[in-house]
Design a protein around this ligand. Structure first.
Ligand code: ADP
Length: 493
């Protein structure tokens, strides 16, 4: 099966968020499972520089939105890991360094509507009767986020341009519903859609053109990055305006968890740690803890439970709850080590907390890959009290490192951490701790439960070992996506 993976970012070439990691990891996993997958990326400078062996394929594209007169080419090359990738070589749209969506002034590029309509149009052109690449025609187009939201709309609304005997199936994945690609109504004049599509049963969204909405309306299948998140986005609280449409399409919507790259995140062979360890031999973890206590200026005490935070410091990550609950945690004997950057008030709050509790709370404001690994390894507990979390990665790393995640039950956190209730502990199923409401009372109670369990080292160790054996690699998700592609293809037939 041939899959065109349409994405606006891909690690290590361009990254602003989790989409880049998924775009880097899922295509190779699909290829290992037998699919023929190619990426389609905008031709940003970093993409044209980072792809090797770039050469033009097919004819220039004469009618790309936003490109009056010019006819850009499609190039084909290889990602550093060997995954084939097309790049849309349209310098007037994408030849801008830096952040892919914003100018140096921090504002969205004023022509984002045209830029990402062009990306989607180019994706659709692969399916035209003449075919953009005469040697390769996709069976399924997998579009990601609002930037590729128009892909399914073009296939459905422009059969005159893209119609062929067998329309490919379309899948849209929503990585974070907060970003929707909402543009003014006059965008319709630029994006080559019939004016009749400007309707509630179409691309119209709250008085403008919604790219994510368009994808949600026209794609054969919809996915999000965890089963719980796929339910949550059908509610008023977390649907961000799309809940109505998503509820109507619930039968076509599913959640598939993101995976972890265990080539990078495995305490047995992580070169960034002071000592390796595994579920069979946990000795190195104690060495990692002592080193971490030293690095954060904490008392070197093996018996004190050490909680870590590795996160963007924002309200939606729920870390204000940690600020408020920290006093009681420290009073109960706990320590806290925080690595993050984000909103200034929260950074200041954590600095203040460290000043109040010398030896018990240590804070590093900044982004530090190596330190994030050492925190995962050296801590006993990882706190992820997010108010919303489509999938979340840090809790998955923590499980692998035998560091028990303490999470709020939302999105992917709810799907990946099994709370240490007495029953789950007795069954040997528990892998961490979770709480329901985003309140200080609930997180504090949960922290107290963790503290109590920590005083039973045999039980704690058993849970940690069990957590380390959980498999959240990409193989299972890749199989689920393949199944979904087959379903999308059947829908389109
Ligand atoms: P989100 O994408 O919402 O920020 P995720 O849990 O999905 O949350 O992914 C966050 C990623 O960023 C993880 O890989 C985490 O280790 C990393 N990260 C976050 N903050 C930092 C930091 N200050 N230093 C190093 N890595 C960080």
């Amino acid at each position: 099966m041939r899959i065109l993976f349409v994405t606006s970012e891909c690690y290590p070439l361009v990254k602003t968020g989790g989409l880049a990691d998924v775009s880097a990891a899922l295509p190779p996993a699909l290829a290992r499972a037998g699919a023929d997958v190619r990426l389609l990326l905008p031709g940003y400078p970093a993409v044209l520089k980072g792809l090797s062996g770039l050469a033009p394929v097919g004819d220039p594209i004469p009618d790309l939105p936003g490109m009056a007169g010019a006819a850009p080419r499609m190039l084909l090359g290889l990602m550093p890991d060997g995954t084939p990738a097309y790049a849309l070589d349209a310098p007037t749209l994408f030849g801008r360094p830096g952040n892919p969506y914003m100018g140096p002034d921090g504002r969205d590029w004023p022509d984002n509507a045209q830029r990402f309509a062009a990306l989607a149009w180019a994706a659709a052109a692969f399916t035209a009767p003449a075919g953009l690449d005469p040697w390769w025609r996709p069976d399924v187009l997998h579009a990601h986020d609002w930037q590729a939201g128009l892909v399914p709309a073009y296939l459905r609304l422009r059969p005159d341009r893209f119609g062929s005997e067998q329309r490919p199936g379309t899948v849209l994945t929503i990585h974070n519903i907060a970003y929707q690609g909402q543009f003014p109504p006059w965008t319709m004049g630029d994006i080559h859609l019939p004016s009749s599509a400007y309707a509630m049963d179409g691309v119209e969204y709250y008085g403008g053109v919604g790219y994510l909405k368009a994808g949600c309306y026209y794609a054969d299948r919809l996915t999000t990055v965890s089963p719980t998140y796929s339910q949550e986005i059908q509610t008023d609280e977390q649907g961000a305006g799309l809940e109505g449409l998503l509820s109507v399409r619930a039968g076509r919507l599913s959640g598939i968890l993101n995976g972890v790259d265990y080539g990078v995140w495995d305490p047995a062979r992580d070169p960034l740690l002071p000592a390796p360890y595994s579920a069979e031999d946990m000795g190195g973890k104690a060495v990692c803890k002592t080193a971490l206590q030293e690095a954060f200026g904490l008392e070197r005490a093996a018996a004190r439970p050490l909680a870590a935070v590795v996160s963007r410091l924002t309200w939606h990550k729920g870390l204000d709850l940690v600020l408020e609950a920290a006093g009681a945690w420290v009073a109960g004997g706990g320590q806290l080590a925080v690595l993050g950057t984000g909103e200034p008030w929260m950074e200041q709050g954590f600095r203040q907390l460290a000043a109040w509790h010398p030896g018990s709370v240590g804070v590093r404001i900044g982004y530090d890959e190596g330190l994030s690994h050492r925190l995962q390894a050296g801590a006993d507990l990882l706190l992820v009290p997010s108010r919303s979390e489509p999938c979340g990665l840090t809790q998955l790393y923590a499980l692998k490192y035998g560091t028990l995640p303490l999470v709020r039950r939302t999105g992917g956190l709810a799907d990946t951490v099994i709370d240490a209730t007495p029953a789950a502990v007795n069954d040997g199923a528990a892998t961490g701790f979770s709480f329901g409401a985003a309140t200080v009372r609930e997180i504090s109670f949960c922290l107290r439960r963790a503290l109590a369990l920590y005083r039973r080292p045999d039980r704690w160790q058993a849970i940690a070992r069990h957590a380390m054996t959980r498999d959240f690699g990409w193989e299972a998700p890749a199989r689920e996506y393949l199944e979904l592609y087959r379903a999308a293809q059947a829908d389109a037939a």
